[in-house]
Design a protein around this ligand. Structure first.
Ligand SMILES: [Zn+2]
Length: 242
């Protein structure tokens, strides 16, 4: 990196999008996140429902266009078949392939929902796409990390009770219950969290063997980790000291 700007450290959504840098390859018509991991939400859970209750409908903006394939960008502006039976995204009167746009008031990050309903409604589902933050907001404190097996997502509960996706870098992709890059990335994040007494909540990069606690890695790759649970700093310390 040859240029840094102090304003890129903004994590206050009232001032702008948090830690967000666009990456583009214009010759391929590609524009997306440079650093933030994409989160795809295909399965429900109590945590997903809590997050869905929080996000706010809004008009599409350029950041939403980075969350869908280019050919789907027009759908961001189409009404749902439920709102307009003649919508360009309506299929045979009752099916629908619309997109709907929100923002997360806690992080400022964009959210796109893609609707897929077959004619007659036998299949009717929404898939949500958003970005993970790169850190908690300034002033937010860590309370617990949540392994949410129903949705296969990873969350943090802050000291104020708010839910955040675990900060995640573009190429990582957290996982548990097996060995591999995703579990190593999650073990590294937990290692950094524990080593800092819960203070360092930013994405943990670059990956290095030395930065992963062996006890935390052993636990993350075990089946003990592969169930829904909330872990405080005390729980994580207990795992590390086994
Ligand atoms: Zn729709």
């Amino acid at each position: 990196m040859t240029f840094t700007h102090p304003e890129l450290n903004l994590t206050d959504p009232t001032q702008g999008f948090a830690h967000f840098v666009l990456y583009t390859e214009p010759h391929l018509s590609v524009a997306g996140a440079a650093w933030n991991a994409t989160i795809i939400i295909e399965r429900q859970s109590s945590y997903v429902r809590e997050w869905l209750d929080r996000i706010q409908r809004c008009d599409p903006n350029p950041l939403h266009t980075t969350l869908v394939d280019n050919h789907k960008i027009p759908r961001l502006f189409h009404p749902c078949v439920d709102e307009d039976a003649d919508s360009p995204s309506a299929v045979a009167g009752s099916g629908c392939t619309c997109c709907r746009t929100w923002y997360d008031p806690a992080s400022g990050l964009p959210v796109v929902g893609e609707h897929f309903r077959t004619r007659g409604g036998d299949t009717d589902r929404w898939t949500y796409t958003t970005y993970a933050p790169l850190d908690l907001r300034p002033g937010d404190t860590f309370h617990a990390v949540i392994i949410d097996r129903a949705s296969r997502l990873f969350w943090i509960r802050t000291g104020a009770g708010s839910l955040s996706f675990v900060p995640e870098h573009l190429s990582r992709g957290y996982d548990v219950g097996r060995s591999g890059g995703g579990p190593d990335a999650f073990a590294q994040y937990l290692s950094q969290l524990v080593a800092s007494g819960g203070q360092d909540t930013a994405v943990a990069i670059p990956a290095s063997e030395q930065s992963i606690d062996p006890q935390l890695r052993a636990w993350v790759t075990s089946q003990d980790a592969a169930r829904t649970q909330e872990l405080t700093l005390r729980d994580l310390n207990a795992i590390r000291q086994r």
